[in-house]
Design a binder for this molecule. Sequence first.
Ligand code: CU
Length: 147
Amino acid sequence: MWRTTTKGARRLSRTALVGIVTLVIGACVAATRQPDPAGTVCTESKDRLGDSGAVVVNMENNPALPDFITSRVFAPSEVAANVGQVIEFTNVDPDEEHTAELNSGACGTDYLDFDASDGLVFKVPGSYPFYCLVHGTTMSGTITIGP
Ligand SMILES: [Cu+2]
């Protein structure tokens, strides 16, 4: 009888553990990027940084506000580009790391330290909201891709 109870308790705690692990893994998966490995919508690459036709976007501390207020922005936050054109993101903020990540998770830049750059290139016209994985939706914008 005692043994059965212990086994039952063990089984119960094992089930609870599996449940907790599943929940934690599920939460992590939901919070991370769902990549577009085939690059059907967009691709991330540093290969064409400095292209003469690149659209340049800075990641910076909002210049409209005093320094002691940390308000990070994309400049510009409304980004217009065409299919195949490089959108070049550069972190010009000496104090914080930034990324540019599509809300859909299809693609995004690397985590960029001060003075580092990364590029996104789109294959499909459309409107793509994006944000910074470090600063969340307080640092966000929209990329509009024309044909
Ligand atoms: Cu940021």
